[in-house]
Design a protein around this ligand. Structure first.
Ligand code: PGA
Length: 260
């Protein structure tokens, strides 16, 4: 039985730039009303149009705080594919954030397990995340919570799934260069954000998106935890939304009734 009312908005737009415009509009509204908002930022290709569209709003984001979802373990500091670098160029610089207010897990810490625990505590100490931007992996991962991740898991060191390393090989010279381990916010950590904003593009994500939103809530599909959260917005392009039963130009608001 659900303990809280549950609403999920789904916006379906024509293409990736449309997802960016809609998601950026939501973020801009939050930042205008709370200039020191805490954002959860994601890497990967899906959120890039969001950051590009948010930059167009030309907001003063100097007081916004940001926490990245994850980081590879073991890439040298400054490695162009480290998420610290991606966040620096795509988020901090593009949006004019204060670098001192932007955090990424420390993938080169001597003790990455300790770094993970400190990161989890830092999010809590900041008062928690107001809006968490999320992508979804082909295997249903969110952040680097691969299938099998505990629904209440905390920020921790994990191994990347083979499929994730394959997908991310496009950013490296070869798959052998893709790290095997990461520090990732846990599903329990992510669920503590007050608003989850998932951005999904492309027909190759249609099946997993439908499974995440309509299938069973299970560690086998980590993104299914969205169904447990009281405030979720999904922004999908038409191709990714293909199996959701929500058509282009529709906004679906699903309010779940308590069920067994
Ligand atoms: P993508 O990655 O946005 O590059 O498809 C999503 C993810 O793996 O979480």
């Amino acid at each position: 039985m659900r303990e809280r009312p549950f609403a999920m908005e789904i916006f379906v737009v024509p293409d990736a730039s449309g997802t960016g415009a809609v998601a950026a509009g939501i973020l801009a509204a939050v930042i205008r009303s709370k200039p020191d908002a805490v954002l959860g930022v994601a890497t990967g290709s899906s959120p890039l149009p969001v950051y590009a569209a948010l930059a167009e709003h030309q907001l003063d984001m100097s007081r916004v705080q940001a926490f990245a979802l994850d980081e590879y373990v073991g890439l040298a500091a400054g490695h162009p594919q480290s998420y610290a670098e991606v966040v620096r160029s795509e988020v901090t610089e593009r949006l004019g954030l204060d670098p001192a207010l932007v955090s990424v897990p420390d993938g080169v810490a001597e003790d990455p397990h300790h770094a993970a625990a400190l990161y989890d505590a830092a999010i809590r100490a900041a008062g928690g995340v107001d809006v968490q931007i999320l992508g979804i992996g082909h295997n249903g991962h969110i952040a680097f919570n691969e299938p099998g991740s505990g629904l209440d898991s905390r920020t921790r060191v994990e191994f990347l799934a083979g499929r994730t390393r394959q997908a991310n090989a496009r950013y490296f010279r070869s798959i052998d260069d893709v790290p095997t381990q990461c520090i990732t916010q846990g599903l329990g950590t992510i669920r503590e954000a007050r608003h989850l904003l998932m951005v999904v593009n492309g027909a190759d994500k249609a099946e997993i998106l439908a499974a995440a939103l309509h299938g069973p809530v299970s560690p086998e599909c980590p993104a299914s935890v969205l169904q447990l959260h009281p405030h979720v917005t999904v922004v999908a392009d038409e191709a990714a939304a293909g199996l959701l039963g929500v058509k282009l130009g529709q906004v679906a608001v699903r309010v779940a009734t308590p069920s067994a």
